[in-house]
Design a protein around this ligand. Structure first.
Ligand code: ADE
Length: 231
């Protein structure tokens, strides 16, 4: 890829990339700052989308239209949904779904976007494979390839986690990935989401999130850095 978009939602999730970026050119569009530069020899466009699906969707479309990125990597933290995941572990997206899309009142299954061909946005095979390779080489914790669930909600409830796992087969839950994934799919741009667990999305999620976001961001950074080095 001649140019790759790298998105994180929060400052903690992109600052390590920023520190290693050279020949930086800054552009502000739709209120988001985009940093074009070279990262370990690879041209990238780095940005902090802000939290939530709308921020993520707008940022992704700008990366495609204004910067012409040929692939998008999302890096950051998430709440663990799969029971085998612990804080610090990694999820590589196989596909992404918006868990808060709810038109069940009209008979659509939970998570289904009505009148669309699909609601499940599939990550790029090559990027996934590369992410998996890099993770197993660079990382000692557990690495799971699975479904990333996104919604405009910070999940901090054990019963909700159980439902997200049993009903929607989620591996982790966050607030941007599926929006990025949908916009990428709409534009035919390959993507993969890399998330490290900051919490278990249970009653203590807010405490764990505050304590472990920096550590988890670092884990996700290392994987995405490894991918970028090999593109
Ligand atoms: N990002 C990190 N932890 C999360 C949680 N529990 N819910 C939603 N997004 C998250």
């Amino acid at each position: 890829f001649s140019k790759v978009g790298v998105i994180g939602a929060m400052k903690e999730e992109i600052e390590k990339f920023h520190a290693h970026l050279t020949d930086v050119k800054e552009t502000v569009k739709a209120g988001v700052t985009f940093y074009e530069g070279i990262f370990h020899g690879q041209p990238i466009v780095l940005c902090r989308s802000g939290v939530g699906k709308v921020n993520a969707a707008v940022t992704t479309q700008v990366l495609v239209d204004t910067f012409g990125v040929q692939a998008i990597l999302f890096t950051g933290v998430a709440g663990a949904v799969h029971p085998e995941l612990s804080v610090g572990d990694i999820v590589i997206s196989t596909d992404c779904l918006q868990h808060d899309m709810d038109v069940t009142a009209l008979g659509f299954p939970r998570g289904t976007i009505p009148y669309e061909a699909t609601s499940l946005f599939v990550a790029d095979e090559r990027l996934r494979h590369l992410a998996s390779q890099v993770s197993h080489e660079l990382f000692e914790g557990r690495v799971l390839e699975g479904r990333v669930l996104s919604g405009d909600q910070f999940i901090a409830n054990r019963d909700t986690v159980t439902v997200l796992h049993s009903e929607l087969q989620g591996a982790c839950v966050e607030m941007e990935g599926a929006a990025v994934a949908q916009v990428c799919s709409m534009n035919g741009v390959p993507f993969v989401v890399i998330r490290s667990m900051s919490d278990k999305a249970d009653g203590s999620a807010h405490v764990s999130f505050a304590e472990f976001t920096l550590l988890a961001s670092e884990h996700s950074f290392r994987i995405v850095e490894g991918i970028l080095r090999r593109l």
